[in-house]
Design a protein around this ligand. Structure first.
Ligand SMILES: Nc1ncnc2c1ncn2[C@@H]1O[C@H](COP(=O)(O)OP(=O)(O)OP(=O)(O)O)[C@@H](O)[C@H]1O
Length: 232
C-alpha cells in the first residue's frame, strides 16, 4: 500500500497533511490519541474518504477501486452485524451480498473462533464476541488486506489478547493487517508501529526500534518523548 502526499480536510480543518506512507505485510499498528486522524487514514485506505490531494494505491490499484472490492476487508468502530440475527445468519446474509459461498461462511466463523456461538443471536453475545462476528464478515471475501479501526475498544484484557492473537494468525496466513488503537500497551503486539499525532506520523518502526530510539522502556514513554522532542 502506497500513500503519497495525502491531504485530507474534514469540516474546515486539515486532518492529514502531506502524508507519505508505505504499508506492507504483517500486523501494522496505527497508534495515537483520539482525534489524531487514525480513522480518517483508514477510510482513505479503503477508499471511502474524500481527499483533497495525493494518491493512495492498494496492491497497485487506486484505493476503493472495483478490483479491490474483495481484496480489502474493513471493520469500523461500530459493530456492523445485525443484533437480532444469529452469527451464522449474519454471515450467510453478507455472503449472499458479496457472492461468497457456504464454505466461506464456515471458514470465516472458524477463523474468529465462534463455531460454538454460531447459532446464538448476536445481541446476546459479549462485546468481544460481537467484534469477532464483525471481523468474520470482513473475512468472508478472504481479503489480502484487513483494515481494523480500533477493534479492541471496550474489551477486557483477555478478550483483547484473544483478538491480537487472531490478528497474528491472519497475518501469518498472508493477510496484511492494519489496525488502529489508542491504547499504547497494544503497541507491543504490532510487527510495525506507526505513532500518529495531529495528522502526522511521528514515529515508524518496530516497537523495539521506537523505544530504543527514544531511549525508554515502553511505547507510551516513547510517544511522550517523541512529542516533546518534536515540539522542541
Ligand atoms: N464527519 C466529520 N466531519 C468533520 N470533521 C470530522 C468528521 N469526522 C472526524 N472529523 C475530525 O477529523 C479529525 C480526525 O478524526 P478521526 O476520526 O480520523 O480521528 P481518530 O484518530 O480516529 O480518533 P478516535 O481515536 O477518537 O476514533 C478530528 O479532529 C475530528 O474532529
Amino acid at each position: 500500500m502506497e500513500i503519497r502526499d495525502l491531504h485530507v480536510v474534514r469540516g474546515r480543518h486539515p486532518v492529514l497533511e502531506h502524508l507519505d506512507l508505505t504499508i506492507g505485510g504483517g500486523v501494522t499498528g496505527l497508534l495515537g490519541p483520539s482525534g489524531c486522524g487514525k480513522s480518517t487514514l483508514m477510510r482513505c485506505l479503503v477508499g471511502v474518504q474524500q481527499v483533497r490531494g495525493g494518491t493512495i494505491e492498494v496492491f497497485g490499484r487506486p484505493a476503493g477501486s472495483r478490483p479491490l472490492r474483495d481484496r480489502v476487508g474493513y471493520v469500523t468502530q461500530a459493530v456492523s452485524v445485525y443484533h437480532d440475527l444469529t452469527v451464522a445468519e449474519n454471515l450467510r446474509f453478507f455472503a449472499r451480498v458479496i457472492g461468497a459461498d457456504r464454505a466461506a461462511v464456515d471458514r470465516a466463523i472458524a477463523a474468529v473462533d465462534l463455531q460454538d456461538r454460531a447459532g446464538d443471536v448476536v445481541g446476546r453475545l459479549s462485546g468481544g464476541q460481537q467484534s469477532r462476528a464483525s471481523l468474520a464478515v470482513a473475512l468472508l471475501g478472504e481479503p489480502d488486506l484487513l483494515v481494523l479501526d480500533e477493534p479492541t475498544v471496550g474489551l477486557d484484557p483477555v478478550l483483547r489478547e484473544d483478538l491480537w492473537s487472531l490478528f497474528h494468525r491472519l497475518a501469518d496466513s498472508g493477510v496484511a493487517v492494519f489496525v488502529s488503537s489508542h491504547v499504547m500497551d497494544e503497541a507491543e503486539r504490532c510487527d510495525r508501529l506507526l505513532l500518529m499525532r495531529t495528522g502526522r506520523i511521528i514515529a515508524d518502526g518496530t516497537p523495539a526500534e521506537i523505544k530504543a530510539r527514544a531511549g525508554v522502556n515502553d511505547v507510551e514513554s516513547a510517544f511522550l518523548a517523541i512529542v516533546r522532542s518534536d515540539a522542541a
